[in-house]
Design a protein around this ligand. Structure first.
Ligand code: ZN
Length: 184
């Protein structure tokens, strides 16, 4: 079995005590801190932006993994890189210029991911797979924490793995011991 990276989302944190949540992650085996950035346009909810990423950066040695659920990501990628993001993931549905976005992310010294919503086939990314560092498969509809895992994501991960045997695959939403074991 491949090694599994756990990336807790700070969307689940108590924002009044965010430092405690980061400390909890620091003490855990989780390797990444996942930041869910929502703009109220690409998804029907607003979460937080660069200031939170900037605040977390000095508080952890873990990799900061920014998942941009936003429109016009090209306008904000540099700001997230400057705030301390090391992995920046943009949505396939948010731009017709994914290749350019991936290049923009790489030019800032970050790793680049592309995400697909539950209704988007992973096959749409076939011409980018040799260029991206990660593909994120949404296993819930993006916009809210605490949703139930969509089982179809398992088949998408299988198809993606066949297309790209060595690719890093992130699965986002409804993760727990049961769905995690199935995904592994
Ligand atoms: Zn996410």
């Amino acid at each position: 079995m491949r090694p599994i990276i756990v990336a807790p989302s700070i969307l689940s944190a108590d924002f009044l005590h965010l430092g405690d949540a980061i400390e909890m992650i620091n003490r855990s085996d989780a390797e990444w801190v996942h930041c869910d950035i929502m703009d109220g346009h690409f998804v029907p909810n607003i979460s937080y932006g660069m200031p939170i990423v900037r605040a977390i950066r000095p508080a952890t040695q873990k990799l900061i993994d920014c998942h941009l659920m936003i429109e016009r990501p090209e306008l904000y990628i540099e700001a997230f890189a400057q705030a301390g993001a090391e992995m920046i993931t943009v949505h396939q549905e948010a731009s017709p210029h994914l290749d350019r976005l991936v290049e923009q992310i790489h030019s800032l010294g970050c790793r680049a991911g592309v995400a697909v919503n539950p209704s988007t086939p992973v096959e749409l990314l076939v011409d980018l797979l040799d260029k991206v560092d990660m593909v994120l498969v949404m296993s819930v509809n993006p916009g809210f924490g605490g949703q139930k895992f969509i089982p179809r994501a398992l088949d998408k991960v299988r198809r993606l793995r066949r297309l790209a045997p060595d690719l890093l695959i992130e699965v986002d939403g409804g993760g727990n011991a049961e769905t995690g074991a199935k995904l592994a």
